[in-house]
Write a protein that binds this ligand. Structure first.
Ligand SMILES: Nc1ncnc2c1ncn2[C@@H]1O[C@H](COP(=O)(O)OP(=O)(O)OP(=O)(O)O)[C@@H](O)[C@H]1O
Ligand SMILES: [Mg+2]
Length: 191
């Protein structure tokens, strides 16, 4: 959808202009809100991507999860069929850099995490609205993976990433909760 791609480019520019120190500070604020949520407290296994600037930093989330005895699973994308799977990550040495500096688990060193084991997934995205709809990075990997996912879906975002309304396609799946540096949105799930 052309509208989504225009919005993506605009948002990438806005976020890329953020200075490193405020990016770090805002990430910490967002993380603290996540850690105080019931979903976090109750979760035994969380699915999370390895963030790259200017996304909300997730490294602190992963280390915190390990400290609290939670299991962490990170995704690997398979471009051939646009599928994705999560693998249990036990340390950062089990990661390798793939395309565009994206970090993914080294499959020979990690174990597959079945979808039903994920208590919640931190769903990445560039733009969100209060209904929980999201514009991701355009691969449709999450839209596909979440189709039959029954667990909780949370997104982390800087407040600039929230729009009044996000254009959606029929295959877009909303998240339950959005945590920003300014607010926590419990999104209305239609259908
Ligand atoms: N459930 C699905 N089955 C098949 N194709 C899908 C599905 N969901 C999305 N797609 C395809 O994926 C492409 C990208 O979709 P979209 O622009 O919504 O990506 P996105 O939501 O930004 O990406 P992501 O889900 O990885 O965050 C679209 O061309 C769409 O046709
Ligand atoms: Mg989508």
């Amino acid at each position: 959808m052309i509208e989504k791609s225009i919005l993506r480019e605009e948002m990438k520019k806005i976020l890329g202009d953020m200075d490193r120190s405020s990016h770090e500070l805002m990430s910490k604020i967002i993380q603290a809100k996540l850690f105080s949520s019931n979903e976090w407290k109750d979760a035994q296994t969380i699915g999370v991507t390895i963030s790259r600037f200017p996304e909300v930093d997730t490294e602190g989330i992963i280390t915190r999860a390990w400290e609290e005895g939670k299991k962490v699973a990170v995704p690997k994308c398979f471009p051939k069929d646009k599928s994705m799977n999560f693998y249990y990550l036990e340390n950062f040495n089990q990661l390798e850099s793939v395309y565009f500096g994206l970090k993914e688990p080294i499959v020979s060193e990690v174990e597959l995490c079945p979808k039903e084991k994920l208590d919640f997934i931190l769903v990445p995205g560039l733009i969100f609205d209060e209904k929980g709809y999201r514009i991701g990075f355009g691969g449709g990997y999450y839209d596909r993976y979440l189709m039959d996912y029954k667990g909780y879906k949370v997104s982390l975002a800087f407040s600039q990433q929230l729009l009044k309304r996000v254009p959606t396609d029929h295959y877009d799946i909303p998240v339950h909760k959005i945590v920003t540096n300014e607010a926590v949105y419990d999104c209305i799930i239609r259908k």
